[in-house]
Design a binder for this molecule. Structure first.
Ligand code: NAD
Length: 419
């Protein structure tokens, strides 16, 4: 399907290169590879919305269900002007691998709407969300496909999706989305889950490489970066630099993360924090530190700056922050990369817990959520490291091998229908 219909560029091109590479290492059959390279369903919808000024604007939305061999499709919904079908396919594939690496019983999906939420009112966003939900309703459901927040969507958007779906069904369906407000069935710890998972993986890797907590630079101070910074500093790590869209701040003695969090709450950015030196995003990525955590946007480490990265270990907290070519360069230079599908899987793990709680109508305390999250993150890391050692491949290839093997096994066990 993909080979003939969709244009393979950017991230999607990288995804297909990784599938080919991994399939070779796993010696997968031609038939299985063809299955792994084809998104199972891609829906494009148009969503007319009456704006506050009376004008009707028609937005284009997507939902891609990449692979459901291991369970219901799972993946976020993003609102961004650059959303395209190709990007959704790539992200849905990543979600499939991510769920498989941490061995939770979900397939992978992704959705989005091409819009600029920064220029829309809350009412317009709610109307758009409700119309989009209605348009994709035939293919979503608590046993079919469970959306979650992603770029520019949050718990309010999830509440509107849940309400729209529930109103049309005429009963409350908490399992239709994850990442919703706690008052309607959201899980304890969901908001912090990705950043906490990143911190847990970073702590384990740091113990293995350096035997102790070391200094860290973090790009991005949003949901993921700020929580990772806080938990790592509680673990005893020295956070020497952080940045956001507007720039960053550096202090060789380590930044006070609690103070920084209060500063960001008031000022909206880390770049004006006075107790440190100003630093650009480019400089942050090139700092001479043991650990670097890109936690902002994709492709920030690319063929132009990969040679300038000095960190010994890079933990991918963002999705796809390192391009395929840059990954090759870092590898050649002996820099260890902990791949996104493992490092940032904490969010989908706690989404899984939220879905289970919604189906059972029985809610867990925060300490149970965090304990079970930690168990899954650590055991998944060790599984990846063990494949990496046995097969003598880097951690990204090892994680891909583990993921694709699990998806391929599920696909082969189920067979084809109709026969
Ligand atoms: P967010 O919007 O809360 O924060 C993003 C941060 O990155 C902000 O501090 C922003 O200022 C900064 N930023 C944006 N553009 C930048 C740029 N060009 N250069 C430097 N900094 C920039 O987003 P988030 O939820 O923290 O997600 C961050 C990354 O993690 C994304 O790649 C996302 O896909 C990925 N991710 C998030 C989750 C989750 O649960 N939130 C789960 C898995 C992966």
């Amino acid at each position: 399907m993909v080979d003939s219909i969709f244009e393979k560029r950017g991230l999607l091109e990288d995804i297909y290169k990784q599938i080919d590479e991994t399939a070779k290492l796993l010696n997968l059959s031609k038939n299985t590879i063809a299955k792994l390279k084809s998104p199972e369903r891609a829906v494009v919808v148009s969503c007319p919305v009456e704006m506050e000024n009376g004008e009707v604007r028609v937005f284009t939305g997507f939902r891609v269900q990449y692979n459901g061999s291991r369970g219901p499709y799972k993946g976020g919904i993003r609102y961004h002007p650059d959303v395209t079908l190709e990007e959704m396919i790539a992200m849905a594939a990543l979600m499939t691998w991510k769920c498989a690496v941490v061995n939770i019983p979900f397939g992978g999906a992704k959705g989005g709407i091409a819009c600029n939420p920064l220029e829309m009112t809350r009412k317009e966003l709610m109307r758009l969300t409700r119309r989009y939900t209605e348009m994709i309703r035939p293919i979503i459901g608590p046993e079919k496909d469970i959306p979650a927040p992603d770029l520019n969507t949050n718990e309010d958007v999830m509440a509107w999706i849940m309400d729209t779906y529930s109103m049309v069904n005429q009963y409350t369906v908490p399992g239709i989305v994850t990442g919703k407000p706690k008052c309607i069935g959201g899980s304890e710890g969901r908001k912090e889950a990705t950043g906490r998972g990143v911190a847990i993986i970073t702590r384990e890797i740091s113990n293995m490489f350096f035997g102790k907590p070391v200094e860290v630079a973090i790009q991005g101070f949003g949901n993921v970066g700020s929580v990772a910074a806080k938990v790592l500093s509680d673990f005893g790590f020295k956070i020497v630099a952080v940045s956001d869209y507007y720039g960053g701040v550096y202090s060789a003695d380590g930044l006070n993360i609690d103070e920084l969090l209060s500063h960001v709450e008031k000022e909206g950015t880390v770049s004006t924090y006075p107790k440190g030196d100003k630093i650009s995003n480019k400089e942050l990525l090139e700092l001479d530190v043991n650990l670097l955590i890109p936690a902002a946007v994709e492709s920030v480490i690319n063929s132009e700056n990969a040679d300038d990265v000095k960190a010994k270990v890079v933990v991918e907290a963002a999705n796809a922050p390192i391009t395929y070519e840059a990954d090759r360069i870092l590898n050649e230079r002996g820099i260890t990369v902990v791949p996104d599908i493992l490092a940032n899987a904490g969010g989908v793990v706690v989404s899984y817990f939220e879905w289970v709680q919604g189906l059972e109508r029985y809610f867990w305390k925060a300490d149970r959520v965090f304990r079970e999250l930690e168990d899954i993150m650590i055991s998944s890391l060790h599984e990846v490291l063990s494949v990496s050692k046995d097969k003598e491949v880097d951690m990204r290839k090892a994680a891909m091998m583990l993921a694709l093997k699990r998806v391929a096994e599920a696909h082969e066990a189920r067979g084809l229908w109709p026969q």
